[in-house]
Design a binder for this molecule. Sequence first.
Ligand SMILES: *[C@@H]1O[C@H](CO)[C@@H](O)[C@H](O)[C@H]1NC(C)=O
Ligand SMILES: *[C@@H]1O[C@H](CO)[C@@H](O)[C@H](O)[C@H]1NC(C)=O
Ligand SMILES: *[C@@H]1O[C@H](CO)[C@@H](O)[C@H](O)[C@H]1NC(C)=O
Ligand SMILES: *[C@@H]1O[C@H](CO)[C@@H](O)[C@H](O)[C@H]1NC(C)=O
Length: 194
Amino acid sequence: MAATGLISALLLFLLICSSSISSSEKTRRPQPCKRLVLYFHDIVYNGKNAQNATSAIVASPAWGNKTTLATPIFFGDVVVFDDPITLDNNLRSTPVGRARGFYLYDRKDFFSAWFGFSFAFNSTRLNGTINFAGADDIMKTTRDLSVVGGTGDFFMTRGIATLMTDAFEDDRYFRLRVDVKAIRMLLAKDFVHG
Ligand SMILES: *[C@@H]1O[C@H](CO)[C@@H](O)[C@H](O)[C@H]1NC(C)=O
Ligand SMILES: *[C@@H]1O[C@H](CO)[C@@H](O)[C@H](O)[C@H]1NC(C)=O
Ligand SMILES: *[C@@H]1O[C@H](CO)[C@@H](O)[C@H](O)[C@H]1NC(C)=O
Ligand SMILES: *[C@@H]1O[C@H](CO)[C@@H](O)[C@H](O)[C@H]1NC(C)=O
């Protein structure tokens, strides 16, 4: 367990700062990191998985209900989530934070969603939030959401996040790969010297 934690912390450090730290910069003021790749995992409540579910349908159209996504194509469902964030695509990896917010299915003729959520981190290495908003054209291989801001280590973060559906199973589990590309992200000093 401790070893896993250590490896996670190390990976996180490398992942987060690989884009911005070079040996020549060591003595200079650290540059803000600009790239962060993470995964989050969403398990929708389906009436049977209360223990493991990380999200729930909180509103559905009059013809639907809150245990099954509406037909056709989920239009009108609103889902609130509190999902684990991991460094790799393994649901069982130690989470480094939580993705919290909601998505709603907003097209009647095509799979499409709208997301508003935050990545929340609360550890000595990463502490703060990154806030996301925007349309998710689900059927596209990649789509961009706006990174609208951040707090703590992510103070003043702005940019885009490229989403990829990394897994999708039975309308019940999905995993998104989130590639945050920011014009300014976090205060790298916390990672260089911490
Ligand atoms: C919850 O997840 C565990 C491990 O993945 C699995 O063994 C268990 O059956 C799941 N429970 C429910 C209620 O889905
Ligand atoms: C919800 O709707 C689905 C699909 O119409 C149906 O199969 C299921 O039995 C409904 N569940 C409840 C609790 O009404
Ligand atoms: C963050 O972590 C600290 C220390 O572990 C804890 O006291 C605090 O309640 C946590 N805050 C949130 C919002 O989870
Ligand atoms: C994160 O920062 C907040 C204040 O910005 C502080 O209250 C909290 O204890 C910090 N959490 C950790 C784990 O250091």
